[in-house]
Design a protein around this ligand. Structure first.
Ligand code: ATP
Ligand code: MG
Length: 365
């Protein structure tokens, strides 16, 4: 096992703009790192350059102690698992799992031990004589995992391995892959565009957009201290609300509402009167009837069972609030929105960069 380290990776396809614009990423030995971002941001490209399927224009890729920029894929000792499983349809489960070992001329008895160990681990023991077409999607994905595990690689690369599965199976496989990592502790770089998958599986998460890393942190670090507006709205569902805000006599003002609570020094010290953005998560917005806070009208209510999403229009923009239970209110109701400014995030209106979080007397950080 080994860490995977990327330094200043630049990658272009043809003559166009770079698809990776200087990626610095350290996946430590035994770590489960999730790489998340919207479609086309460069996630698969990162996996392809690590595995050696694509060359880079500049930068350094290190696996453990070895710089592998010029090493062919087979020397990098890395196993990849894809969305489409890529199983051999005419080979039985046993032979699919054994395939890579046979190519490497592993002795027959050793292959047998490794395949049976992996099958045991993945609950495939009774399926070794079946063909892929006789398996469910989840079982096929487990065979693909088995094929990766038996090689005992230095690191695993996963490219959206669960996106072909239905919602229930996805949740189950998510837990299985996490449990497998707990047992094997193989260094893993796991790509997804699903922020729920990222939050639930990642020991750390890297958020990528347009070929640039936006932030790397533990899941709750991203949630509680997003580095910019993009990360704030990408992580969390429903997404963080973003409202135009300003300072009014040194106090925080949103729409017609002026708060008495403090704002961070970074904001108070801004010489100009340019506005900024206030980010507030749906669970921190409280919908109530007293004329206090932001005036709002309910546009839509989504009952989710355990909680409800309430979509509202305010003078400062549209927002969504989540409340436990089933909402007693209805569409077109006039209500007020209150939030604790200490729960707010502040971002620069132009760059989107984080300016700080709310603070009230007696609360630090
Ligand atoms: N072989 C290629 N030739 C030219 N451009 C490519 C090639 N492969 C990818 N690209 C471009 O590089 C960018 C990043 O692609 P990549 O496949 O890494 O995205 P991704 O983050 O994995 O997206 P998705 O979530 O849709 O899989 C895209 O704009 C894509 O069109
Ligand atoms: Mg991809």
């Amino acid at each position: 096992m080994a860490g995977v380290h990327l330094k200043g990776i630049v990658k272009r396809y043809g003559k166009g703009d770079p698809v990776l614009k200087g990626i610095d990423l350290d996946v430590e030995e035994s770590e489960f790192m999730v790489l998340v971002g919207p479609s086309g941001c460069g996630k698969s490209t990162i996996l392809r350059v690590v595995s050696g399927l694509e060359e880079i224009d500049s930068g350094e890729i290190r696996i453990g102690e070895r710089v592998v920029n010029d090493a062919p894929p087979r020397e990098r000792d890395i196993a990849m698992v894809f969305q489409n499983y890529a199983l051999y349809p005419h080979l039985k489960v046993y032979d699919n799992i054994a395939f890579g070992l046979r190519v490497r001329k592993t002795p027959k008895e050793e292959i047998d031990t490794l395949v049976r160990e992996a099958a045991e681990l993945l609950n495939l023991g009774s399926m070794l004589d079946k063909l892929p077409k006789e398996l469910s999607g989840g079982e096929r994905q487990r065979v693909a995992l088995g094929r990766a595990i038996v090689r005992k690689p230095k690191a695993f690369l996963f490219d959206e391995p669960l996106s072909n599965l239905d919602a229930k199976l996805r949740v189950q496989m998510r837990a299985e892959i996490s449990a497998l990592h707990q047992r094997l502790k193989i260094t893993t770089l796991y790509v997804t565009h699903d922020q729920v998958e990222a939050m639930t599986m990642g020991e750390r998460i890297t958020v990528l957009e347009s070929g640039e890393i936006q932030q790397t942190d533990v899941p709750m670090g991203l949630y509680e201290r997003p580095a910019n507006r993009f990360v704030g709205t990408f992580i969390g569902s429903p997404p963080m609300n973003i409202l135009d805000a300003r300072l009014d006599g040194g106090r925080l003002a949103v729409g017609e509402c002026i708060f008495s609570a403090g704002v961070p020094d970074e904001l108070r010290n801004r010489a100009d009167s340019r506005g900024f953005l206030l980010g507030i998560r749906p669970e921190h917005l409280e919908v109530h009837d007293r004329p206090e806070g932001l005036r709002a009208t309910i546009d839509l209510i989504e009952p989710m069972g355990g909680e409800s999403n309430i979509y509202l229009s305010t003078g400062a923009g549209r927002v969504v609030a989540t409340m436990p239970g089933i909402a007693v209110r209805k569409r077109s109701d006039e209500v007020f929105l209150r939030f604790d400014p200490a729960a707010a995030h502040f971002f620069d209106s132009r760059s989107g960069v984080r300016l700080g979080e709310g603070s009230v007397p007696g609360r630090s950080g």
